[in-house]
Design a protein around this ligand. Structure first.
Ligand SMILES: NC(=O)c1ccc[n+]([C@@H]2O[C@H](COP(=O)([O-])OP(=O)(O)OC[C@H]3O[C@@H](n4cnc5c(N)ncnc54)[C@H](O)[C@@H]3O)[C@@H](O)[C@H]2O)c1
Length: 250
């Protein structure tokens, strides 16, 4: 029970990696403030954590909107206090709207930058003052190995996720004197809805490009996140941890 009585805030916790992270923290005793746009699936995550005996606050809304972020974190602070840990998990590529960068509509570029970088910056801004006043806090942001590899068809996403790494490094320096750390995890292709939706041959190509010849499970990412949020990682800050079966090296 490494996180007993700690409060952990997680964005994008209704599905995939976010849900795996939420349940892994709940299994270690944490109370949760979880956020997502998908109310029904978020309630499922909450139900699973409550069944483990945890207190769970949910916040539903579109986290591309600043007013939704500020109101959601204010309500979460009211319910659970300033979180001990923030996980910036929200993010995605343009998915079905993916094009060559030279043809990308400006609104699609804005969508990817907003959801994969801007939301993390504003969510962190909502917790960092309270953590600083308390003299402790852990921030872990989910980037992507696309930030390291620059995968084709993901120029906007690689820009946003590299932004997450720069943000993490700058933040780490500022908050280090206050007993706080900030780190980033870069997943490789991971078995969530986005991967499950792609054609079988693309899935197999992605799997075969990994030296371990396996797609990552969301729980593999959760294990890395819990480590970085734990006391065992108290001297690690500003770092990037790739979890990708050896696909890309940092
Ligand atoms: N799955 C992968 O292969 C992979 C690889 C590298 C990095 N990542 C990163 O990991 C993180 C999680 O990815 P995932 O694959 O679990 O994605 P997912 O789509 O399964 O989950 C993302 C969650 O965000 C929620 N969401 C979407 N738009 C939202 C909005 N506007 N406001 C609030 N919530 C919103 C979704 O409902 C969903 O619950 C993302 O940052 C992603 O970029 C994923």
């Amino acid at each position: 029970m490494e996180f007993q009585d700690k409060a952990v805030a997680i964005t994008g916790a209704a599905h995939g990696i976010g849900r795996a992270i939420a349940l892994a923290f709940a299994a270690e005793g944490a109370d949760l403030a979880i956020f997502d746009i998908d109310a029904e699936a978020l309630e499922e995550t909450a139900g699973l954590a409550r069944a483990m005996g945890r207190k769970v606050h949910t916040g539903v809304g579109d986290f591309r909107k600043l007013e939704v972020i500020t109101a959601s974190f204010a309500a979460a602070r009211e319910a659970l206090g300033t979180p001990d840990v923030l996980i910036n998990n929200l993010g995605q590529t343009a998915r079905e709207q993916t094009t060559a960068f030279s043809e990308a509509p400006h609104d699609v570029l804005d969508f990817v930058l907003d959801i994969s970088l801007r939301a993390a910056v504003h969510c962190t801004r909502e917790v960092v003052g309270g953590m600083k006043a308390r003299g402790s806090g852990r921030i872990v942001s989910i980037s992507s190995d696309s930030a390291l590899n620059g995968d084709l068809g993901c120029v906007d996403y690689a820009a946003a996720k590299s932004g997450v790494l720069g943000f993490t490094r700058g933040l780490a320096r500022e908050i280090a004197p206050f007993g706080m750390t900030a780190n980033a995890v870069c997943p490789g292709p991971t078995n969530t809805r986005a991967m499950q939706r792609i054609p079988r041959d693309s899935f197999e190509r992605a799997r075969d490009a990994v030296p371990m010849k396996a797609i990552c499970d969301p729980e593999d990412i959760a294990h890395a996140v819990l480590f970085l949020a734990s006391d065992k990682a108290r001297y690690i800050t500003g770092q990037t941890l790739p979890v990708n079966g050896g696909r890309v090296f940092n």
